[in-house]
Design a binder for this molecule. Structure first.
Ligand SMILES: N[C@@H](CCC(=O)N[C@@H](CS)C(=O)NCC(=O)O)C(=O)O
Length: 239
């Protein structure tokens, strides 16, 4: 059995973490049974981040193999259970998938983090969704510490050194480019879903369907193919 350790669902989405939602989406796309243990503990994650998985294999009860990081998890699942989703991709499509993934996860991710954690309107929304079930005084202390940590991370990564306008210029440019690459196709690499769509859905659903009314979301809302894409993924895999 595959155990997916991740944050609890929030905002009516499977997960408020696009990386967690990516792995859950992939598991559904690949038709792999999984369970999400309650109270997953980020401090038990080998890389100190969510998601991670434990795979006890077909013989449930054997000591589980633990893998952290959404991309390495998907690599492991492909190697262990087969890779029907991407089997027929051409080298050009694979290359396009890598570049789309990097744009979403390594570039667009940071303006999204900024809008959620640094902007007051975003912070109030994530605070309510992620921490309101914690006991007092943790629910007051933990979000402040998380915000401080992410501010530092943004600065060290580089995005946090730009002005607000510059950060949204980066994010909006990524959103427009990704919408253009999706075009009128059903999925990012054509009319059949492939593993890159786990990333696409995890991120764009989190951008479009979490009510944080800031420039990056406003930009995505102007591009109807992104909304249609998310609806398509939702009804196919979470319907
Ligand atoms: N490269 C990692 C990124 C995972 C990641 O950044 N997870 C965030 C949530 S979106 C997290 O766990 N943050 C908590 C922290 O950094 O303390 C992956 O692909 O899984």
């Amino acid at each position: 059995m595959i155990k997916l350790y991740q944050f609890p669902p929030a905002y009516g989405l499977p997960n408020m973490s696009p990386f967690c939602m990516k792995v859950e989406t992939y598991l559904r796309m690949a038709g792999l049974p999984y369970e999400c243990p309650r109270n997953a503990d980020i401090f038990k994650s080998p890389k100190g981040k969510m998601p991670y998985i434990e795979d006890t294999g077909p013989a449930n009860g054997t000591s589980g193999k633990i893998i952290a990081d959404s991309t390495f998890i998907i690599d492991y699942l492909k190697a262990t259970y087969g890779d029907k989703l991407d089997a027929n991709l051409t080298p050009r499509q694979r290359a396009r998938g890598v570049v789309i993934q990097r744009t979403i996860e390594e570039s667009l991710y940071w303006p999204v983090v900024y809008s959620r954690w640094i902007e007051d309107v975003g912070y109030e929304t994530v605070k309510e969704a992620a921490f309101s079930r914690m006991k007092f005084p943790l629910r007051q202390i933990v979000p402040v510490m998380a915000r401080r940590g992410l501010r530092k991370e943004l600065y060290e990564q580089g995005t946090g050194r730009h002005s607000r306008d510059e950060i949204y210029a980066i994010g909006c440019r990524d959103v427009v480019a990704l919408s253009e690459l999706l075009g009128d196709q059903q999925f990012f690499l054509g009319d059949e879903p492939t593993s890159i769509d786990a990333t696409g859905y995890g991120f764009f659903a989190n951008l479009l369907w979490v009510n944080i009314d800031l420039p990056i979301r406003q930009q995505a809302q102007k591009l109807p193919n992104l909304e249609a894409y998310c609806q398509r993924m939702k009804s196919r895999y979470f319907g």
